[in-house]
Design a protein around this ligand. Structure first.
Ligand code: OSB
Ligand code: MG
Length: 367
């Protein structure tokens, strides 16, 4: 496969309601899409980096620059296969979200040319995945209960509450009291320290499925320290940036569950390797989300169809975040599940008109 053209789309989409985490309040999703033209066909990649470097060190503007100045030049003039992309981009350190975008676009193009779905290519075994939802930090417990109640009514099978210091025990207690024995977990986005061990011990009484990334990204030993002192399983998100780091975290006892996000680990193929390494250790995984459009959501559903995705992911419908998605058939929740796309490549079609309406810039990359 040869790369003929590449174009970056800078997009800004309003969220249905503000999404607050321990690191930011988002009211809009600003993101970058990469569209490639190859002799196998057109492909789309979605970059999960956010506008500011608050979830990880990557951010939108830098990702676009890395893609055009350092990543695509390494593919110039090559006879490419998507499976070779991560190796070709290997000499560039870090910038995993940017690399994942390039690999995703080429995977989409290659698989469309081969009439194979991403799910079949990755080894998916399900045609639908159970749908979970990530619920942001709110101004009041009442507001939170109303939001959670709404999601449960829509059919979401698992609720994840974002927490931060000052918004932890009380919201969890209130949700348990109001909704009983629902599948419930929390995500701290690294907002706590080992001084908070007592707090997490108190959290144990709520019987949560897991606590996600309680401590700093790089503090694997601290996570092991915490995990040894609480009964709630510790899950890592930010800390796991590759299959190797997943293996290290498991060996250290830093986690017993892993959240897999392809962007964070450098692409869907590395994400599958994380899945495989966790499966080999008997560690269940689930599919994380980064407030993706339908393009990224399509790829996440394909990934989440793999067999070791044994816990419910942040695999929500398009309308969890957006009134209008940029694909022709937005993802919907049906009986608590979202369908895994079956068509070639990502299996979804970009709605050119809807995309144009939210595109703030288009940049052709010289190849
Ligand atoms: O930590 O899982 C996270 C959103 C943006 C950045 C980080 C995270 C999230 C979520 C998932 O909680 C949101 C989603 O469903 O896409
Ligand atoms: Mg997380």
């Amino acid at each position: 496969m040869r790369l003929h053209r590449a174009e970056l789309f800078t997009v800004e989409m309003p969220l249905v309601s503000p999404f607050a985490t321990s690191f930011a309040v988002q009211t809009h999703r600003q993101l970058t899409l990469l569209r490639v033209e190859t002799d196998a066909g057109v492909g789309w990649g979605e970059c999960v980096a956010m506008a500011d470097p608050l979830y990880s060190s990557e951010y939108l503007a830098a990702a676009g620059q890395v893609i055009s100045d350092f990543l695509l030049p390494r593919l110039r003039g090559k006879d490419l296969s998507a499976s070779a992309v991560s190796h070709l981009l290997g000499p560039v350190k870090g910038h995993r979200m940017a690399k994942a975008t390039v690999e995703m676009a080429l995977l989409d193009a290659e698989l469309r040319g081969a009439s194979m779905s991403l799910s079949d290519y990755l080894g998916g075994v399900h045609d639908r995945v159970p749908s979970g939802v990530s619920v942001g930090i709110m101004d009041s417990v009442e507001e939170l209960l109303a939001a959670v109640g709404g999601y449960l009514e829509e059919g979401y099978q698992r609720i994840k509450l974002k927490i931060q210091p000052g918004w932890e025990l009380e919201p969890v207690r209130a949700v348990r009291r109001e909704f009983g024995d629902i599948a419930l977990q929390v995500d701290a986005n690294a907002a706590f320290t080992t001084a908070d061990v007592r707090l997490f011990q108190q959290m144990d009484e709520f019987g949560l499925l897991l606590v996600e990334q309680p401590l700093e990204d790089e503090d694997l030993t601290d996570h092991a320290f915490l995990a040894a002192r609480i009964s709630t399983p510790v899950c890592l998100d930010e800390s796991v940036v590759s299959a190797k780091s997943a293996a290290d975290a498991i060996a250290l006892g830093a986690c017993s569950v892993v959240n897999i996000k392809a962007g964070r680990v450098g692409g869907y193929l590395e994400a599958r390797r994380v899945h495989d390494v966790c499966a080999a250790h008997g560690v269940p995984v689930w599919c994380g989300g980064m407030v993706e459009t339908g393009i990224g959501r399509a790829a996440n559903m394909a990934l989440a169809a793999l067999p070791n995705f044994r816990l419910i992911g942040d695999t929500s419908a398009s309308d969890r975040f957006f009134t209008t998605d940029i694909i022709t058939q937005p993802f919907v929740i049906e009986d608590g599940y979202v369908a895994v796309p079956r068509g070639p490549g990502l299996g979804v079609e970009v709605d050119e008109q809807a995309l144009a309406a939210v595109t703030v810039a288009r940049t052709e990359i010289a190849l």
